[in-house]
Design a protein around this ligand. Structure first.
Ligand code: PHE
Length: 463
């Protein structure tokens, strides 16, 4: 198999083929590459198991203050011995001559039986031709010498003396080629420049669907804004999809032409007896009609995510909450460029004693801004369960027109009171496909489900 190498790798390999165990500094000189390029090249080759890096520690010595003095004038004991080599001297004269090193020099000389004393007179007894440490002093001199070439015992004697030696630990790296790399052929006729426009094989790796990317992005935005996701079933008793939301049983939205019913399926348990009683009372009192529990039992494919919201609120009665739900909803619509029978909705909810319409609009602006939409306006509208009710309109630059996005409002007391919800509830929701159409510049919502590979492969990941 032939491998593709970067110019940096090629240069390093060629040099290492002629000489192994090179330091990075040596490699720099021989390849004419910068320290940074060498560092990167070595890392790449190491990852490919083509280069081996040996790291070693080396100790060097140079002379300290006392070491240098001894190098210049001789070891203190050598100086003492030389002074009395010919004639004996008095202690006070020796002290004058040797100064601060008199003490150590005398101590050593006595211990080694090199001198004898007669009262105040010191005279030579033995004159050693070499002293421990003298060889090392000479070797190091004013330079720096690696520990490896110094004599161990001689060095040890100097190490015991204060300020004689300065120890330096140096780490070195040596780079060689691994066995795999010895036979590589990296010669090429390249000029050395990298052709960034060279043709590459087209590879279509698996990717997430653009609509899924939009869903993930929206979920991420809500989580970032401090919302928690709540989940609900796609099939619901009419009770939660409509009745609990103060939608009268003869409302057109509940008709077969608009809603998918699960044929002949009725829920046995739709809520607590209290919830059922209070919701039905609210309908009877405010809409003034005969409320039929059998109508509320009919199972539907949820027509919006607001059923998840209201069920969550009824079950938890929070004083404060920031939650969202996201998922498929179903409507018996004629499929067209702007309608599908099933699509995705996002719904957000804020509960809090100070929640206001102003907050609601502020949150919308923030959400749209994060999606990349800034030109928006609010329009009054109607939902059976909110008052006031608004609709966000966003401007589509490409089409040059305003389009409807989220519906929103504050839940009516006719909705909240029967279910024991006491604090104001802000809610808003709308279709995710609509947002995705804006993002991807589509005019026909059906394109998301056409499985057109060309479009799917070309749809940008980031806007
Ligand atoms: N449920 C509404 C829809 O499907 C949106 C909405 C949600 C409106 C919450 C008000 C409050 O269009």
């Amino acid at each position: 198999m032939s491998q593709v190498f970067h110019e940096i790798e090629k240069k390093i390999i060629s040099v290492l083929k002629t000489e192994s165990k090179l330091t990075p500094e040596k490699l720099e000189k021989l390849t004419q590459l910068s320290p940074d390029q060498i560092r990167r090249g070595i890392e790449w080759l190491k990852l490919k198991e083509l280069a081996i890096v040996n790291e070693s520690k080396n100790t060097n010595f140079s002379l300290g203050k006392n070491g240098l003095e001894s190098f210049q004038k001789g070891l203190p004991e050598r100086r003492l011995l030389d002074l009395i080599k010919k004639n004996s001297m008095t202690i006070s004269d020796l002290q004058k001559e040797l100064g601060s090193v008199f003490g150590p020099a005398m101590g050593l000389a006595k211990r080694n039986d090199w001198i004898s004393s007669n009262g105040n007179e010191i005279s030579l007894k033995n004159y050693p031709s070499s002293l421990a440490g003298e060889k090392t002093l000479k070797q190091i001199g004013e330079g720096t010498i690696s520990e490896s070439i110094l004599e161990k015992n001689d060095l040890a004697s100097l190490l015991k003396r204060p300020d004689f030696l300065v120890e330096n630990i140096v780490k070195t790296k040596e780079i060689s080629l691994s066995k795999n790399a010895q036979t590589l052929d990296v010669t090429s006729s390249d000029s050395g420049a990298i052709d960034v426009e060279a043709k590459v094989p087209e590879v279509f790796v698996a990717r997430t669907h653009p609509l899924k990317d939009t869903i993930d992005e929206i979920r991420e935005i809500f989580v970032t804004l401090g919302f928690t996701e709540i989940l609900g079933n796609m099939t619901q008793p009419s009770f939660w999809n409509f009745d609990a939301l103060f939608t009268p049983q003869d409302h057109p939205a509940r008709e077969l032409q608009d809603t998918f019913y699960l044929d002949g399926i009725s829920a046995k348990k739709i809520g607590t007896p209290e919830q059922i009683r209070k919701v039905s009372e609210s309908h009877k009192k405010n809409w003034r009609y005969y409320w039929d529990i059998n109508e509320a039992r009919k199972m539907v494919l949820r027509t919006h995510t607001t059923c998840v919201t209201i069920k969550h609120l009824a079950e938890n009665k929070p004083d404060e909450a920031r939650v969202f739900s996201l998922g498929r909803v179903f409507r018996n619509e004629k499929v067209s460029y702007k309608h599908l029978v099933e699509f995705n909705q996002i719904e957000g909810v804020v509960v809090g004693k100070d929640a206001s319409l102003r907050n609601l609009m502020g949150i919308q602006r923030e959400f749209y801004k994060r999606i990349g939409i800034t030109k928006i306006k609010f329009w009054p509208t109607f939902f059976p369960y909110t008052e006031p009710s608004l609709q966000t309109m966003v401007y589509n630059e490409r089409l040059g027109k305003w389009i409807e996005l989220f519906g929103m409002g504050i839940f009516r007391p006719e909705v909240t009171k029967p279910l024991g919800i006491t604090k104001p509830v802000l809610a808003w929701g709308g279709g995710i496909e609509r947002i995705a159409m804006l993002k991807y510049g589509l005019d026909d919502v059906r394109e998301f489900y056409n499985n057109d590979l060309k479009w799917l492969r070309g749809a940008t990941k980031c806007q």
